[in-house]
Design a protein around this ligand. Structure first.
Ligand SMILES: *Cc1c(COP(=O)(O)O)cnc(C)c1O
Length: 488
């Protein structure tokens, strides 16, 4: 390799300036656009030239989720130094962790070790959740969750018939398996799901119409309503169910369940043969927190989610590894291997570690475990806990200012700061300002927030997700921008 690691590190840190701008200047984007070639050169330009092109033309036009602490769009996460270094090695060594080949490479064992460390970080018991794999992100993990939920719920309906029959969707296909099991509908019962749950419903053949958003309580419009759930599970139309829990909800960061609700949902699922999937893309990270008075509401939101059958998490969000890296855990390893079996004839694994190509969507896959492995070992549990505490503190500091402001209001309309995790949803009280709020806040490029809708109107969403967070500096910047924009 002719580019040194130092050169590489410089290439991504050259904008390490005090402005911490979240967006590149418009001129940089225009210059980069103009530099894009129209046609493939017959004779290559050579690595040196292309290196200059990438570093001088393109890189200045990339936005700054990993470089700026003021990039609050989506939930992007930053990139820790250890993760960046590891990611560089992943590409350099180009390992393919498809089958576990312990005599040829250590990469399969590294994959497994990273999953073990991750389970420990999140207090997920390895014996209860033997099925685990790295994915491209939470969307892919949600697809795995619904694929397994579909397999389980239909098979369970078949088992509960008299006489019982073997109804595997993986083997027979959705339609024949459902006919055999006397199932007319596979429904996904949820509250405020992430868009990827709907996509996953389409991909696994359930259909987007299968996603049913249960009515929410007026006081806490993000919580699972157990009465509504129970009614839907009572099976009026020969339906079987997957219960999809938003932990947390992507616009507000609020958690759909608490310990008490999870216990009841588990009992209902067992009674009705339903599968429970938790989408904890960014919420699972809250399992590192301690139940202090300030944080107990958050801790309660992820308490007992280990009662679920499957769990989705994103490492590229709060774990701050580079894109793309998600993970998936399930209690049902055998079911996972049946659904994702690569080839009609299973090839026995040569060790305790199951091969990844039988656990998820891809066959060939990069060693995306390595950045997770490196980051978890380099920084440890306490660092991850402290980081999340600081991220929550920043969100709450800004929330306090919004609650005290005449110009803005926090959404959902609820003043309980102990419910605030790492996402803030808010709007301007003036409709004119609110319609343009995201645009105005992002105009300077100093910070970046996302737009969404809440209660039928535009709303602004600010997600704290990088390790670069500095509560004092960053809250001052955001509050000053909010103030400035409200006076325009
Ligand atoms: C981000 C997110 C997803 C989708 O994750 P990707 O990593 O973008 O695929 C799914 N669910 C929730 C709750 C999320 O926040």
């Amino acid at each position: 390799m002719t580019i040194s690691l130092n050169e590489f590190a410089e290439s991504v840190d050259f904008r390490k300036d005090e402005s911490h701008s979240a967006l590149p200047p418009p001129e940089a984007i225009a210059r980069a656009e103009a530099s894009l070639p129209i046609s493939l050169p017959e004779t290559g330009l050579g690595f040196d030239n292309i290196k200059q092109h990438l570093l001088n033309d393109l890189a200045p036009a990339f936005n700054g989720p990993s470089l700026s602490s003021n990039y609050y769009g989506f939930i992007t996460g930053g990139v820790t130094e250890a993760a960046l270094f590891a990611d560089w090695l992943v590409s350099g060594y180009d390992q393919n962790v498809q089958a576990h080949l312990p005599k040829e490479t250590v990469s399969g064992s590294v994959d497994s070790a990273a999953l073990r460390l991750l389970r420990q970080l999140l207090s997920i018991d390895e014996n209860s959740f033997p099925g685990g794999t790295f994915t491209t992100g939470a969307t892919a993990s949600n697809i795995l969750g619904l694929a397994l939920g579909r397999e389980f719920a239909v098979a369970e309906a078949g088992r509960r018939r008299s006489p019982p029959s073997d109804c595997s969707v993986a083997q027979l296909g959705v339609v024949p398996a459902c006919i055999l099991a006397d199932v007319r509908k596979i429904q996904i019962l949820t509250t405020l799901p992430h868009s990827s749950i709907t996509k996953a419903a389409s991909v696994v053949g359930l259909g987007t119409d299968a996603v049913i958003c249960l009515p929410l309580s007026a006081e806490e419009p993000w919580r699972f309503n157990l009465d509504a759930l129970q009614e839907k599970l009572r099976n009026p139309e020969q339906a079987v169910s997957i219960i999809a829990i938003s932990a947390g909800e992507v616009n507000t960061g609020r958690f759909a369940t608490s310990r008490e609700e999870m216990l009841k949902i588990r009992a209902l699922a067992d009674e009705h043969g339903a599968w429970i999937h938790v989408d904890g893309a960014f919420g699972l990270q809250a399992r590192v927190l301690l139940p202090t008075p300030q944080l107990s509401a958050i801790v309660d939101g992820v308490d007992s989610i280990e009662l679920a059958d499957s769990l989705t998490g994103d490492a590229h969000k709060l774990l701050n590894v580079p894109y793309d890296c998600g993970f998936f855990f399930t209690r049902h390893l055998a079911l996972q291997q049946a659904v994702f079996q690569n080839g009609a004839v299973p090839v026995a694994d040569s060790s305790e570690i199951p091969s990844a190509h039988n656990l998820g969507i891809e066959n060939s896959r990069r060693l995306r475990a390595l950045p997770v492995y490196a980051s978890l070992l380099a920084y440890g549990r306490v660092w991850h806990r402290n980081l999340l505490e600081r991220q929550i503190e920043l969100a709450r500091t800004i929330a306090t200012s919004i609650l005290a402001s005449d110009s803005y209001e926090l959404l959902p309309l609820n003043t309980d700061l102990t419910q605030v995790y790492i996402i803030l949803l808010f709007r301007a009280r003036s409709t004119t300002l609110n319609d343009k709020l995201v645009e105005k806040l992002n105009a300077s490029g100093l910070l970046y927030v996302s737009g969404t809708r809440w209660d039928g109107a535009p709303a602004t969403r600010l997600a704290v997700s990088t390790w670069r967070v500095d509560v004092e500096r960053d809250s001052a910047r955001v509050i000053a921008e909010l103030d400035k924009v409200s006076k325009l």
